[in-house]
Ligand binder design. Structure first.
Ligand SMILES: O=P(O)(O)OC[C@H]1O[C@H](O[C@H]2O[C@H](CO)[C@@H](O)[C@H](O)[C@H]2O)[C@H](O)[C@@H](O)[C@@H]1O
Ligand code: UDP
Length: 460
């Protein structure tokens, strides 16, 4: 029988429900919960052994197989090409991107090693679903080893337009490697279109509707916006709304309104601009001084990559400056926390807040935006202020207040509008967004992708 085999750099840890601060692991775990399958990838550890092995653990019905990375693999593949070159470029930050041919060679080598390990674990009928920018050449490595399985690839980040992609020297090799998959999935129509444009113009591939004629066969291209377990988020946030943590949060607020943001500490998330917008609100509308608090939860991420160390210093100094200027004996305007919370706790914080402030400069989807909406009390919902550059804006534009995260004044106005929005309008907007989230939950994401991965029916 055919099994679903998921391959991603990040695999959820054995203790399901443990703190997890990344959307890919959260999304894949939710998608696999209802189905038997195998999930293969990195165990998150640096292990200096000449002969890395595969270890197995189970999360519910899911078998997980993981392996370590050696120090040099970690440096070249994860810290180097994946997060020092591809991540910034795919988020339109070519100023933060660098290129080193040795890192690219290391990236290819890790893909080959992982493909070799996976070969021993899969049957010939298994469907392979590969995730994210770490593993672009994975299908090509598998094909070279003789694997003929159907293979689909889903990119969780944005895919940039040609002019930006071409700043990565091996751009052509990467795009050709993408054409070894049977199906390529992107978060938004715009991302899918950017890839199709590149493949047609630069690789000269003929196109038939949503399918490219690649050198090794047809490559179907589509967009599959990742969703959440909407009902589950709703019930968890309600169940936790009377927890000790929420009581502590409310005690600290003392009836003040709460603006909340949650992001991995990443330069793509637009946190400096967001802090500045909050300060602009205090400057321009004095009535809010002492009456609104902003909580930013930002667990550290990839802290051994230079761009991340820099943004951390910048945020510390910006938050310090704003709090130094505005804090009163009984009120601290920004509470900036570099720690992760369990997801259920975050959902209960969302429900206790009046505004979800989600303003990335660029983001593949941003699951926090969707979780914020689903976590609200439908009778008295908070308002989502959302960047137009988050993938989630394609679906939530009619219910959220959409902002340009580079426009500090406009973001301050949006906060004012959100804090002051009448109940009737908040309910209408929330209802609208909930319909969208229920119609495109994580189940639809998985089912649409896997249906499209099936081979086309052969005419009798
Ligand atoms: O694995 P890490 O290096 O610790 O980083 C965490 C994950 O970050 C990124 O998540 C993306 O996927 C989300 C779900 O589709 C999406 O909402 C978000 O916009 C993306 O940024 C990254 O793409 C993952 O590979 C990482 O595991
Ligand atoms: O302290 C934290 C911070 C984040 N998250 C979860 O991590 C995911 C972040 O996904 P998102 O798509 O917003 O961004 P990413 O970090 O993947 O770029 C969401 O499900 C959050 O609820 C969490 O569980 N604990």
């Amino acid at each position: 029988m055919s099994r679903l085999v998921i391959v991603s750099n990040r695999v959820a840890s054995a203790a399901e429900g443990k703190r997890s601060a990344g959307g890919l692991a959260v999304g894949v775990l939710d998608a696999l919960k209802r189905q038997d399958g195998l999930w293969f990838g990195w165990n998150g550890k640096i292990e200096d052994t000449a002969d890395p092995e595969v270890a197995f653990h189970r999360i519910g019905r899911i078998d997980c197989a993981t392996t370590g990375l050696s120090r040099s693999e970690y440096d070249l593949y994860y810290r180097g090409f994946a997060n020092g070159t591809l991540w910034p470029t795919f988020h339109y930050r070519i100023d933060l991107s660098r290129y080193d041919a040795r890192e690219y060679a290391g990236y290819l080598a890790v893909n080959e090693r992982l493909a070799g390990m996976l070969k021993e674990l899969v049957g010939e009928d298994d469907r392979l679903w590969i995730h994210d920018y770490h593993l672009i050449p994975f299908a090509r490595a598998c094909r070279r080893l003789g694997l003929r399985n159907r293979m689909g690839f889903f990119l969780h980040t944005p895919f940039p337009p040609e002019g930006i992609l071409r700043t990565v020297p091996p751009h052509r090799d990467l795009a050709e490697a993408m054409c070894e998959y049977d199906l390529l999935g992107f978060q938004t129509r715009g991302d899918a279109q950017a890839f199709l444009d590149y493949a047609q113009r630069r690789l000269g591939l003929p196109r038939d509707g949503d399918t490219l004629r690649g050198p090794s066969g047809p490559v179907r291209v589509g967009h599959y916006p990742i969703g959440i377990l909407t009902d589950d988020v709703q019930s968890k946030s309600k169940a936790r709304s009377r927890s000790k943590l929420v009581a502590t949060l409310k005690q600290g607020l003392q009836e003040r309104k709460l603006i909340i943001s949650v992001d991995r500490l990443d330069y793509s998330k637009g946190m400096v601009e967001r802090f500045n917008a909050f300060e602009r609100l205090l400057e321009s509308r004095p009535a809010y001084r002492g009456h609104v608090s902003f909580v930013q939860i930002a667990p550290p991420s990839r802290s051994d990559v230079e761009g991340y160390r820099h943004i951390r210093r910048q945020l510390e100094s910006t938050a310090g400056h704003i709090n130094g200027r505005w804090t009163e004996l009984s009120w601290t305007p920004i509470r900036y926390m570099n720690r992760a919370y369990e997801r259920a706790a975050l959902l209960s914080f969302f429900r206790a807040s009046q505004v979800g402030f989600v303003t990335p400069l660029r983001d593949g989807m941003n699951l926090v935006a969707k979780e914020y909406v689903a976590a609200q009390d439908p009778e008295d919902p908070g308002v989502l202020v959302l960047s137009e550059f988050a993938g989630a804006a394609d679906e939530l534009a009619d219910g959220a207040i959409i902002v340009n995260p580079y426009d500090i004044d406009a973001m301050a106005c949006a906060l004012d509008q959100a804090l002051d929005m009448p109940l009737v309008e908040r309910r209408e907007r929330h209802e609208h967004m909930m319909r969208v989230l229920k119609d495109n939950s994580i189940k639809e994401w998985r089912d649409h992708f896997l249906t499209d991965l099936e081979p086309p029916a052969v005419a009798a």
